[in-house]
Write a protein that binds this ligand. Structure first.
Ligand SMILES: Cc1cc2nc3c(=O)[nH]c(=O)nc-3n(C[C@H](O)[C@H](O)[C@H](O)COP(=O)(O)OP(=O)(O)OC[C@H]3O[C@@H](n4cnc5c(N)ncnc54)[C@H](O)[C@@H]3O)c2cc1C
Ligand code: FES
Length: 509
C-alpha cells in the first residue's frame, strides 16, 4: 500500500492551466497546508480533500467516475459535488473547495461550508425505527438515517457490551499490538446521544412479533417499531471437540474476545490456530508479531484455495512460512487439553493458547422464529426487504439478489455489510434503492494486502496477470469466459476499475 496523501504538488490557488489536466484527470496539489485533489470531468472541475476519511488512503491514487472519487485502499466513494461519503467504508465527508475557471485556468478558491443536514418530507418518513445489531450494517444504517435527516425515534439494540467497533482491526493491527484501543470505536460514545441514537448495549433481543410490530428483549421489555432492520451478523463456529470449553481456547468476533486473546498471549509461548481462513491467518500473523510460536492446523490442501485459487493459496502459505508460521495442512484437531492439541494424524502440538477460526454461522434464529423466509441466510429482495413488509435485513445474515453474478448470494464482508446498512436505511425511509454494490473485501497478511472484487463461488478459468511472487498481480476468476471476480496485490487502480466495470455491466444487463 502507498502512503497517505501529504500536502505537496502545485499551489492550486495560483491556477492550473485547464489543458494541463486531461478531461478525465486528477491532480494532487495544495491549498495552504492541506492536500487537495483537483478532479476534472470534461468541462467540470471539483476540489476535495485528498485524504480518505476511513484510514487515510491517498485519493489521488484512486479513480474518479462521473459522480465520485474512489479510494484505492478499501474502495470508499465520495461525491464529487459535496464530498459526502456516499459509500462505505468511509463514513465522514471530505472537505470541498470552490473552483473558478478564468482565462484558460482553473483556480481553487475558498473552502465550502460543510453540507448541512438533509431534510425529509415529514409525511413519508416512519416515526420509529429499530435496528437489531451494533455491528457494521447496524451502525452504518443508523448513521445514514440521521445523515438523511430522519428525526424520529431510532433505537439500536446490541448484545455486545461495547459500542460498534472496527471489527476487521480485531484480527489485524489491534491484535498485533500496532494500534491502540482508541482506534477501534467507529464513533466516540458521545456520538450516539448527540445524534439521538438510543444505543442499548448488552441488550439481547429474544423475539420479534411481526404482527404487533414489536421487538421483545430477554428482560421482558418490548420496543415497538414501524420499520425494523435485522443486522445480527454471524457467530464463530465452535468445533465439537473435547477441550473446546477450556479457558485458553478462544474464538474471535468481539472486542471482548480480542482482549481475552491478547491477555492470554501475554503469558503464552506457543499458539495453535485452528483454520487457515482469512481471520485464522490474520490471527496467526498478529500472534507472530507478538513473538509467539504459531502453528496453523487446517483440513485444506492450501490456505484459502477455495476463494483465491491454488496459486494465491501457495503464495499466502509461503508468506506466512517466511514469517515463521508452521502449517499442518490436510489435518484436523481431535482433542485439546490444558497443554496440547491432538491431531488426527497422531501428532500433538504444545499450545498455551488456541484460537479457532473455522468459519462463522449467520445468526438467523430471530428471523426464523419471526417466520421470515430463509435460505442459508435471510432472504431479501433487491431493496433488502425481507419476506415481511417493513422488516429489512443487511450484512452477514442477508442473502440478496446480486446483480453482477445474477444469483442470490450471502457474503461475510465488512464493506458489503456497511453498504447494505446504508441502502437499507434509505429504503426504511421509503425510497426503493436497489442494492447494486459489487462485493469487495480486503485481507492483510503482514505488509501484503489482498483486494478482491466480485463474487466467484466456482470458476472454470483462472487468469493470472503479473507476478504473484513479486507481489504485483491481478488474478481473474472466470466462468464461461466472463470475469466473476478479480483478486489483486498492489494493483489498486486495477481493482477499482474492475469494480466499476462490474457495476456498469450489471446496470446495463
Ligand atoms: C476478526 C475479524 C476480522 C475481519 N476482517 C475482515 C476484513 O478484513 N475484511 C472484510 O471484508 N471483512 C472482515 N471481517 C468480516 C466482517 O467483520 C463482517 O462481515 C461484518 O462485521 C458483518 O457485519 P454485520 O453487521 O452483519 O455483523 P456484525 O458486525 O457481527 O454485527 C452483528 C451485531 O448484532 C448483534 N446481535 C446479534 N444477535 C443479537 C440479538 N439477538 N440481540 C441483540 N443484538 C444481537 C451483535 O452483538 C453485533 O453487535 C472480519 C470479521 C472478524 C470477526
Ligand atoms: S482508507 Fe480509504 S477506504 Fe479505507
Amino acid at each position: 500500500m502507498s502512503s497517505p496523501a501529504s500536502a505537496s504538488g502545485p499551489d492550486l490557488t495560483q491556477g492550473i492551466g485547464i489543458d494541463d489536466l486531461p478531461p478525465q484527470g486528477m491532480l494532487l496539489g495544495q491549498v495552504g497546508d492541506e492536500a487537495v485533489l483537483l478532479v476534472r470531468r470534461r468541462e467540470r472541475f471539483f476540489a476535495l480533500g485528498a485524504t480518505c476519511t476511513h484510514y487515510g488512503g491517498p485519493l489521488a491514487e484512486g479513480i474518479a467516475d462521473d459522480d465520485t472519487v474512489r479510494c484505492p485502499w478499501h474502495h470508499a466513494c465520495f461525491g464529487l459535488e459535496t464530498g459526502e461519503a456516499v459509500r462505505a467504508p468511509a463514513l465522514s465527508p471530505l472537505p470541498c473547495w470552490a473552483v473558478e475557471q478564468r482565462d484558460g485556468k482553473v483556480f481553487v478558491r475558498d473552502q465550502k461550508p460543510a453540507a448541512g443536514a438533509k431534510t425529509l418530507p415529514a409525511s413519508t418518513a416512519p416515526q420509529k425505527i429499530v435496528i437489531v445489531g451494533g455491528g457494521a450494517a447496524g451502525f452504518a444504517a443508523a448513521e445514514r438515517l440521521r445523515r438523511e435527516g430522519f428525526e424520529g425515534s431510532l433505537v439500536m439494540l446490541s448484545n455486545d457490551d461495547s459500542p460498534p467497533v472496527d471489527r476487521p482491526n480485531l484480527s489485524k493491527d489491534y491484535l498485533a499490538g500496532n494500534a491502540p484501543e482508541d482506534w477501534l470505536p467507529l464513533r466516540p460514545e458521545s456520538f450516539y446521544a448527540e445524534h439521538g441514537i438510543e444505543l442499548r448495549l448488552s441488550a439481547h433481543v429474544a423475539r420479534i412479533d411481526v404482527a404487533s410490530r414489536e421487538v421483545m428483549l430477554d428482560d421482558g421489555s418490548r420496543v415497538p417499531y414501524e420499520r425494523l432492520l435485522l443486522a445480527t451478523g454471524a457467530e464463530p463456529v465452535r468445533l465439537a471437540l473435547p477441550g473446546m470449553e477450556l479457558p485458553h481456547v478462544h474464538t474471535l468476533r468481539t472486542l471482548r474476545d480480542c482482549r481475552a486473546i491478547i491477555a492470554r498471549a501475554a503469558t503464552s509461548r506457543r499458539a495453535v490456530v485452528l483454520g487457515a481462513s482469512f481471520v485464522g491467518l490474520e490471527v496467526a500473523a498478529s500472534l507472530r508479531a507478538r513473538g509467539l510460536e504459531v502453528h496453523v492446523v487446517a483440513p485444506d490442501k492450501r490456505p484459502m484455495e477455495r476463494i483465491l485459487g491454488p496459486q494465491l493459496g501457495d503464495f499466502v502459505r509461503g508468506l506466512h512460512e517466511e514469517h515463521g508460521v508452521v502449517f499442518h495442512l490436510e489435518n484436523t484437531p481431535v482433542s485439546i487439553d490444558e497443554r496440547r492439541v491432538q491431531l488426527k494424524s497422531g501428532a500433538t502440538l504444545d499450545a498455551d493458547l488456541v484460537v479457532a477460526g473455522v468459519g462463522v454461522r449467520p445468526r438467523t434464529a430471530l428471523a426464523e422464529s419471526a417466520g421470515l423466509a430463509l435460505d442459508r441466510g435471510v432472504i431479501v429482495d433487491a431493496c433488502l426487504e425481507t419476506s415481511v413488509p417493513g422488516v429489512f435485513a443487511a450484512g452477514d445474515i442477508a442473502r440478496w439478489p446480486d446483480r453482477h453474478s445474477g444469483e442470490p448470494i450471502r457474503v461475510e464482508h465488512w464493506v458489503v455489510a456497511e453498504r447494505q446498512g446504508q441502502t437499507a436505511a434509505l429504503n426504511m425511509l421509503g425510497r426503493r434503492e436497489i442494492f447494486d454494490a459489487v462485493p469487495f473485501f480486503w485481507s492483510q497478511h503482514y505488509d501484503v494486502p489482498i483486494h478482491y472484487v466480485g463474487h466467484a463461488a466456482a470458476w472454470d478459468e483462472l487468469a493470472i496477470d503479473g507476478d504473484i511472487a513479486a507481489r504485483d498481480c491481478a488474478v481473474r476468476y472466470k466462468r464461461n469466459g466472463r470475469v466473476l471476480a478479480v483478486a489483486t496485490i498492489d494493483r489498486d487502480v486495477e481493482s477499482l476499475t474492475a469494480e466499476l466495470q462490474m457495476e456498469r455491466a450489471a446496470a446495463s444487463a
